[in-house]
Ligand binder design. Structure first.
Ligand code: CP
Length: 317
């Protein structure tokens, strides 16, 4: 079945504004499904989906599984530990063996940039990138867009600054592509060691001081310091980082307006964001997680060939 999104969702870079709008619009009625006493619709009944997670995840893995189950798909979870990957089986061999069991879709998280695209080119099933190395995390980008659209009504002209460890962040890249496609202005801010040198080529403004970013932005998307991807030398100390780049109430009180605060999680409280900001009235960190289920339902449904007018098509019954 031909999908509005093509065969795979590898990133937001190659999506059009119309495709992103269709995903966000399709997510809207799926939000309501999660509020029902019986959180299930038959949209993907009979489909089999494998969640292949080769890196740790809480939000993405669990919300994909909820999304699949709420659409009535049959799901199987595979992690590298406990599978034959730990004996040296390749990614493609693993996926081809799963395909031999007649699966329909693979959701993959992998430490290597390009892993989702590599797999999508080699198997028949739809592939959804749940985060590949430093490349992209498209469903995180989409749920961020949906959360911003919920609060601001439109993304056109919105000023969003991504603050923190941009260098190691697939979330940053998906946000930049998605926000730019939707007409938003994007800033990035972080230590020079954690902002790629050529990032302006993506159409973003670089802020060296977080105080300047706070003056400019409507919303801050605060990124986790990915300490597991750093071999030292990127920042002098966590305390120093918090003092200079950490998002604190004290810094936000100097903003000309209330800024919406996003964070993809997991958070290093007291490092890139203080607890009173993370838990404060302008934080949408938990609504982001709620929107993640609806966005993933929309992506799964559209990739399976569903029409964007799911709610009015009678497929809800
Ligand atoms: N935002 C995100 O990808 O979180 P997890 O690593 O917990 O999935």
């Amino acid at each position: 079945m031909t999908s509005l999104l093509g065969k795979d969702l590898v990133g937001l870079e190659r999506l059009t504004r119309e495709q992103i709008t269709a995903i966000l619009d399709t997510a809207e009625p799926f939000k309501e499904v999660s509020e029902r006493p019986i959180k299930k619709v038959p949209a993907l009944r009979g489909k089999t989906i494998v969640n292949l997670f080769f890196e740790a995840s809480t939000r993405t893995r669990i919300s994909f599984e909820f999304a699949e189950k709420r659409l009535s798909a049959d799901t199987v979870n595979v992690q590298s530990a406990g599978s034959s990957v730990s004996k040296g089986e390749t990614l493609v061999d693993t996926a081809r063996n799963l395909e031999a069991m007649r699966i329909d879709m693979v959701v993959i998280r992998h430490g290597a940039s390009g892993a989702a695209s590599f797999l999508g080119d080699r198997i028949r099933s739809n592939v959804i990138n749940a985060g590949d190395g430093k490349h992209e995390h498209p469903t995180q980008g989409l749920l961020d867009l949906l959360t911003l659209r919920d609060r601001f009504g439109s993304l056109e002209g919105l000023k969003v600054c991504i603050v923190g460890d941009v260098l190691h962040s697939r979330v940053a890249r998906s946000n930049i592509w998605g926000l730019r496609h939707m007409g938003a202005e994007v800033g990035v801010c972080g230590p020079a060691t954690l902002v790629p040198r050529d990032i302006e080529a993506l159409g973003v403004t670089v802020f060296r001081r977080v105080e300047e970013a706070i003056q400019w932005a409507d919303a801050l998307n605060v990124l986790r310091l990915q300490l597991e991807r750093m071999q030292g030398g990127f920042i002098p100390s966590l305390r120093e980082y918090n003092r200079v780049f950490g998002i604190t109430t004290e810094k936000l009180t100097r903003a000309p307006k209330d800024l919406l605060i996003l964070h993809p999680g997991p958070m290093n409280r007291g490092v890139e964001i203080d607890s009173d900001v993370a838990d404060g009235e302008h934080s949408v960190i938990l609504p982001q997680v709620t929107n993640g289920v609806a966005v993933r339902m929309a992506v799964l449904y559209l990739l399976a060939g569903g029409a964007p007018d799911w709610a009015t098509s009678g497929a809800d019954k």
